[in-house]
Design a protein around this ligand. Sequence first.
Ligand SMILES: [Ca+2]
Ligand SMILES: [Ca+2]
Ligand SMILES: [Ca+2]
Ligand SMILES: [Ca+2]
Length: 321
Amino acid sequence: MATSLTFGMMNGRWQNLNAGTLGLTDAGGWNRPQYYSTLRLADIDGDGQAELLVRSADGLHTFVFNRAINQWQDINAPILGMDDANRWDQPQYYETLRVADINGDGQAELIFRGPYGLFTYTFDREYKWYDLNAGDLGFTDAGGWNQPQYYSTLQLTDINRDGRAELLVRGGDGLHTFAFDTSSQKWTGLDAGPLGLTDTHHWDNAPYYSTIQAADIDGDGQSELLARSDSGLISWHYNTASVDLPVLFQASNNKTSDGYEVSYRFDPDPALPNGIFSVQQVVQMPAGDSTIFTCRLVNSQGYQVGSPLQASSANAGVPAP
Ligand SMILES: [Ca+2]
Ligand SMILES: [Ca+2]
Ligand SMILES: [Ca+2]
Ligand SMILES: [Ca+2]
């Protein structure tokens, strides 16, 4: 009887690449969270292949997938000091490892928090991992950032569609937002609003802070921010526009440059969140025969809802006595 053999590609099935176990066994102690939970995959050199990062007792290891031999290979690019002897087996440090492209060059940087604040590392084929010294942002143990209600909320995501991930993290006083400035090579704060995510508003409780996360929910290329509060889910969008607020602004509570006493009134759109607003940073700028007022509006939770607003004294001011 004839035997039929079939050769060819196996379609529609997962196939074990047998690319190497890397020794990440339970017997080797890798069932402990200070090791297994640090596994990260990201393209750190921009070649289109994701590398594998993982922290062991002696520090960070970086593996490249060698396509020629179908194996992961340790490229011997340690980060010195990220070892158990330096207490990196503590969750306030090892849980903060993040990988994201913060400068838009197609390579993911490595961001994490140590006892003395934030670290930002970048990878170079020649020099391997090196510290960008981009600023510790004050996220120190001494400043209380070793508490999970703060360090565990660290997010890196592109909130403004410029191809660079911003850094979001919750402190006791609410959300902090930073962008990596490519000219100074430093993290710089964005005045994006604390969103009321404060300890005073009980966001230091795990049922709330642990739900903070970011993703692009409307497909516009900007990540939105989501969190669950005691009264349900809240979704925020980072507003890159500074005009076209649905607010009626009549005048500023100042004298105009041409001697008019003016008062202001504004009617927030009821569709906007938290309908109580205050005006900050009123600035007058002469413009022809009228005065342009610009101001910043913030709501009751300190959330900036827009800037600037404009009105002219020609149709808003009243003559001074
Ligand atoms: Ca790569
Ligand atoms: Ca990068
Ligand atoms: Ca961005
Ligand atoms: Ca979006």
